[in-house]
Design a protein around this ligand. Structure first.
Ligand code: NAD
Ligand code: ZN
Length: 250
C-alpha cells in the first residue's frame, strides 16, 4: 500500500533545483527478470554467488566461473530494462544535478538511456586479460553471447579472459569511489533495491546523511539501511518510480 506521507515528503524535496543521487542494486533489475544474488533464484546449480564471484574461484576453475557468467550474460541479454530504469533515465536532465550509481553489472541502465552511470562493480559486458599482459587494453567491451569456447582467451597472450566485474575481495576503482563519495553531497539520496550489506556501496547513505540529504530507501524488504533512512518505501522499484514520476511531472 502506498504511504502518502512518504511520497509527499519525497515530492517536496525533488524540486528542479535539487541535487539528486541514486544508488541501485540488483532489485532494480528484478522486474526485468535478472536474478538477484540473495533472492530465491540467486543460486546457479547449487553454487552460491559468493563462491563463484571471487579471484580464488577463477584461479581454481576458470571454466566453471565462465559457465556461470556465460549463463548470466545469456539471461541478461534476453532481458529488457523495466519502467524503473526508464524513469531514472528520464530524470537525468530534470534536476540541478543527477548522479546514478549502480552496483549492477547488467548494463540495463545504459540500455534505458542513462549516461555517465557510475558502475561500482564493473560490467558483465566487458572482459579483460586475467594475466593483465599489458598488450591489450585493461578492459574492453565484448557482448559475444555465448562465447565459442570457455574460457574465452586473451587475443594477445592466450591467458583466459576474465569478466570485467569486481569480485568479492577485490578493490573497487578508486576514481569511481571518489566520484561516488562526491555525489553523496546532494539534497536527495535514494537507495534502491540493494540489500545494503556490500561496502563501500552500503556506506554511501551515511555520507549523504552527513551532507544533510534526505535519505530514502526503496525496497520491498527491510535491510540494514531501513532503520537509518529518513523515508523507507517498502514497495518494488517498478511500482515506486512511475508513481513518483507522475506526481512530479504530470
Ligand atoms: P542483492 O541480491 O544482495 O539484494 C537485492 C535487493 O533488492 C534485496 O534487498 C531485495 O529485497 C531487493 N529487491 C528485490 N526485488 C526488488 C524490487 N522489485 N524493487 C526494489 N528492490 C527489490 O543485490 P545487491 O545489494 O545489488 O548486491 C550485491 C552484488 O550483487 C552487487 O555487487 C552486484 O554487483 C551483484 N549483482 C548484480 C546483479 C545485476 O547486475 N543485475 C544481479 C545480482 C547481483
Ligand atoms: Zn593477455
Amino acid at each position: 500500500m502506498a504511504d502518502p506521507v512518504s511520497y509527499a515528503r519525497l515530492q517536496k524535496r525533488l524540486t528542479p533545483a535539487a541535487r539528486v543521487t541514486v544508488i541501485t542494486g540488483a532489485g532494480v533489475s528484478a522486474a526485468s527478470g535478472v536474478p538477484t544474488f540473495r533472492g530465491p533464484d540467486g543460486l546457479w546449480q547449487s553454487f552460491r554467488a559468493e563462491d563463484l564471484a571471487t579471484p580464488e574461484a577463477f584461479a581454481r576453475d576458470p571454466y566453471l566461473v565462465w559457465q556461470w557468467y556465460d549463463w548470466r550474460r545469456q539471461k541478461i541479454a534476453a532481458c529488457e530494462p523495466n519502467i524503473a530504469h526508464h524513469v531514472l533515465a528520464s530524470w537525468q536532465h530534470q534536476f540541478a544535478s543527477f548522479t546514478l550509481v549502480t552496483q549492477n553489472v547488467d548494463g540495463l541502465h545504459e540500455r534505458a538511456g542513462s549516461e555517465n552511470v557510475l558502475r561500482m562493480h564493473g560490467s558483465i559486458w566487458e572482459v579483460g586479460c586475467s594475466r593483465d599482459c599489458g598488450k591489450v587494453p585493461h578492459r574492453w567491451r565484448d557482448d559475444t553471447v555465448p562465447f565459442v569456447a570457455l574460457p574465452p582467451r586473451c587475443p594477445q597472450c592466450d591467458a583466459p579472459l576474465r569478466p570485467g566485474v569486481v569480485w568479492f575481495g577485490e578493490a573497487l576503482d578508486p576514481d569511481i569511489v571518489e566520484r561516488c563519495l562526491m555525489a553523496t553531497n546532494c539534497d536527495v539520496f535514494l537507495i534502491v533495491g540493494t540489500s545494503a550489506v556490500v561496502y563501500p556501496a552500503a556506506g554511501l547513505v551515511d555520507h549523504a546523511r552527513r551532507h544533510g540529504a534526505l535519505t530514502v530507501e526503496i525496497n520491498p524488504e527491510s535491510t540494514p539501511a531501513t532503520r537509518s533512512v529518513d523515508v523507507a518505501i517498502a514497495e518494488p522499484a517498478e511500482v515506486v518510480f512511475p508513481r513518483l514520476h507522475d506526481r512530479l511531472f504530470s
